[in-house]
Ligand binder design. Structure first.
Ligand code: HEM
Length: 451
């Protein structure tokens, strides 16, 4: 029996006018793209305002991300959209400023530290299961996974649960901020001429200010606790006390606020999206769901060692990140003129990397649109994992939280499936759309019942 494919957004016709393109873009970046991108190695978008290139060939992706990242810095256009919230965070900076930030942040996320972070993650996973026990029945699961992932961030970073008054406010303000996102997409991916007015809604800017002030409050309190010697040994303390090995300096409070803002944004939206899709896929493929649930019995052992036993869950999560990469596209800028595949790429051109298209590339992957967690044990799966799989990006700017997310995701997935059975809701097939991350147009609805 052929199994149904997981949802994929419709592609647009090959040729559309610029205005139609911009309109489609404002709705959703994924359905604004033509189907040929699933087969192309490189594509060019030429409009009166900008030239951008989508790079979809493993060798070229490697050049941009791993071999010559400094020739393809983060595009200023991204900063333009996200600066009100993220300031000078590591996500937006380039050059020396970025290098210094990574030298201070990276040690907090090293493999060895994950073990110290684990009890907080596990506590958040248990709290998520308890919350779901209250709900049961018909549940919109993105809301729940957002809650869970935000809880993970606050517990691991500041040792406070999401119920903490300030954490709760950041979370709800952030949700409002998200709702005004499509315009940010546009600013980031379709570079507008400088003279064109930017369409930040007043509410978006105001929300960013409030979120930053709340984070500043937590950071100031933590700085005081560090000075008083009473700070808990969590990620915030680790980052705020780590000295740059080259200059000996630490982050001051303002710099830390920028970093906390990105940890919150990059760390909760992404994991929440992946977890929600993973649970939906489990509802669609009950055979895999049962395997994950059976394996999850290993979690009776509360120690970090149990995570290494969640092999099926990890393959399922990895397959989810392939089909629904939470960061569907990334943009870089060519710092000098280039020639790629016999095409001239001018200085300043926007270079779009698309995990979404690369992960479903029809000339690289076997069964590109199918859900098959066992592919990771096959020759093709292993080859593609090396060459055509970048859910966390790659190279020097790889996601700092990749290791963290690969523990958190399979853990929460397993904890939920250990307690509940999930089933799809016939009238509610989710439609993937990309806002800041890949979400479903009308949420992801599942039927939850206790095991
Ligand atoms: C499934 C979960 C996650 C996914 C799919 C993901 C994906 C990504 C991707 C694709 C990038 C590169 C973006 C670009 O270059 O334009 C990135 C960067 C980043 N991520 Fe993640 N992320 C996840 C979870 C996390 C978590 C849990 C944290 C922290 C707690 C985190 C922190 C960061 C930071 C700080 C950067 C910026 C790195 C830099 O530019 O040097 N992420 N992430």
């Amino acid at each position: 029996m052929t199994q149904a494919l997981p949802p994929k957004p419709p592609a647009r016709p090959d040729r559309v006018s610029l205005w139609r393109y911009v309109k489609l873009f404002r709705q959703d970046i994924l359905s604004a793209q033509p189907a040929r991108l699933y087969r192309a190695w490189m594509a060019e978008f030429r409009t009166p305002f900008f030239r951008s290139f989508l790079v979809n060939q493993p060798e070229l992706v490697k050049v941009l991300l791993k071999e010559r990242p400094e020739d393809f810095p983060k595009s200023d256009r991204i900063a333009e959209g996200l600066k009100p919230l993220l300031g000078n965070s590591v996500f937006l900076t380039n050059g020396e400023a970025w290098k210094r930030q990574r030298r201070i942040i990276d040690p907090a996320f090293e493999g060895g530290r994950l073990k110290d972070t684990y009890p907080a993650m596990r506590a958040a996973a248990e709290a998520a299961v308890e919350r779901l026990k209250e709900r049961q029945g018909l549940v919109e699961i993105e809301e729940e996974t957002s809650h869970a992932a935000a809880d993970v961030i606050f517990r691991t970073l500041f040792s406070i649960p999401i119920e903490h008054q300030v954490a709760g406010q950041v979370f709800s303000r952030f949700r409002d901020y998200q709702r005004s996102q499509p315009l940010l997409n546009l600013a980031a991916f379709v570079p507008l001429p400088r003279w064109m007015p930017r369409f930040f809604r007043r509410g978006t800017r105001r929300n960013a200010e409030v979120i930053r002030e709340l984070i500043a409050q937590l950071t100031r309190e933590r700085m005081d606790a560090i000075k008083a010697g009473t700070a808990p040994d969590d990620l915030a303390t680790k980052i705020m006390t780590t000295r740059d090995p080259e200059t000996g300096s630490t982050f001051d409070t303002a710099e830390m606020v920028d970093q906390v803002a990105i940890f919150f944004l990059a760390g909760h939206e992404t994991s929440a999206s992946a977890l929600a899709w993973a649970l939906y896929l489990m509802a669609l493929y009950p055979g895999w769901q049962e395997k994950v649930a059976a394996e999850a019995e290993a979690l009776a052992d509360e120690s970090f060692a149990a995570v290494s036993k969640l092999r099926v869950s990890r393959d399922v999560f990895r397959e989810t990140l392939r089909l629904y990469p939470p960061v569907p596209m990334m943009v870089r800028e060519a710092a000098c003129p280039e020639q790629f595949r016999d095409r001239d790429v001018p200085k300043g051109a926007q270079m779009v990397l698309s995990p979404w298209h690369l992960h479903r590339h029809e000339r690289l992957w076997e069964n590109p649109d199918g859900f098959d967690p066992s592919r990771w044990q096959t020759e093709n799966g292993k080859q593609c994992q090396r060459d055509a799989y970048i859910p966390f990006s790659a190279g020097a700017r790889v996601c700092t939280g990749a290791g963290f997310a690969m523990v958190e995701g399979p853990l929460i997935l397993s904890m939920i499936l250990r307690a509940f059975r999930v089933a799809p809701v016939a009238a509610q097939v989710p439609v993937p759309v990309a806002h800041l991350t890949v979400r479903s147009k009308n949420g992801i609805w599942l039927q939850l019942s206790r095991r």
